[in-house]
Design a protein around this ligand. Structure first.
Ligand SMILES: C[S@@+](CC[C@H](N)C(=O)[O-])C[C@H]1O[C@@H](n2cnc3c(N)ncnc32)[C@H](O)[C@@H]1O
Length: 241
């Protein structure tokens, strides 16, 4: 095994489970944003993540969280860490008996999350790959995936969606917030192309396809609702199982 390969194996997700391996797309494309120690130092700033979303961070965060209500009951899963105060705001809405699981494939992201929450006792922070979640079917009342899909190549994206749906209880909500193709009159339709194409090679897929098109066959759900924001550059898709 080469040093690079051994470095890619992070640590065991839980006793008895296979080691979690950092996916190749994350190593190659996003090491500078999520894996390098300087990444966390640079990007863990609310103003910066808000700037990256052109001032829409709070609006999109609250749109996702409001799907679960002012007070969130039951068991919630957040798939992948998010820089800034997304998880803290989720936690503030969580009822005293509620439970939050946050999974991420990068140990440095899990460690960072551990340092920034006000009530960590209500949160389980778990090293897991979104394409192979270690939860039972229908284990969570709500699942939220905030800006992860556009960072994943097609195959990983489909698996993430399938896994997120699998662990959502019947009647529960699966909430995605991500990029979307802006309307023709929006300047972002043109300005974002070089930015996304250069820095985020899989992101333009979100412009070409619909999240609903990537749902797995054979898993029943009752409703798909989509809302777009900021001239269509962002979308929220809510699937009710
Ligand atoms: C949610 S996404 C992007 C969020 C947003 N751009 C932000 O401001 O943080 C970033 C996170 O996804 C994680 N991630 C990427 N691929 C993953 C996978 N297959 N399983 C779990 N976490 C993954 C990265 O380690 C990183 O912490």
């Amino acid at each position: 095994m080469s040093p690079k390969e051994s470095a890619a194996i992070a640590e065991t997700a839980a006793p008895g489970l296979a080691p979690v391996v950092i996916p190749e797309y994350l190593q190659k494309t996003y090491w500078w944003a999520y894996l390098h120690p300087n990444a966390v130092r640079i990007f863990e700033r609310q103003w910066l993540v808000n700037l990256i979303l052109w001032g829409n961070f709070a609006r999109l965060r609250d749109a996702a969280l409001q799907e679960m209500g002012d007070v969130i009951h039951g068991k919630v899963l957040q798939v992948a860490c998010v820089y800034g105060d997304f998880t803290e705001h989720l936690l503030r809405r969580l009822a005293p008996e509620g439970q939050l699981d946050v999974v991420d494939v990068a140990p440095i992201q899990i460690k960072n999350l551990q340092t920034k929450l006000s009530r960590p006792s209500q949160v389980r922070m778990l090293l897991q790959d979104s394409t192979e979640l270690h939860f039972e079917d229908a284990s969570h009342d709500a699942v939220v995936v905030f800006f992860l899909l556009h960072e994943q190549p097609a195959q990983a994206r489909r698996k993430t969606i399938a896994e997120a749906l699998r662990v959502t209880k019947p009647g529960g909500k699966l909430i995605f917030v991500d990029y979307h193709k802006p309307v023709a009159s929006s300047p972002w339709r043109y300005l974002m192309v070089p930015i996304l194409s250069t820095l985020e090679p899989f992101a333009m897929d979100m412009w070409r396809g619909e999240i609903a098109d990537w749902l797995p066959a054979g898993v029943p759900f009752t409703k798909v609702e989509k809302q777009t924001y900021f001239g269509g550059l962002y979308q929220k898709v809510v699937i009710t199982r």
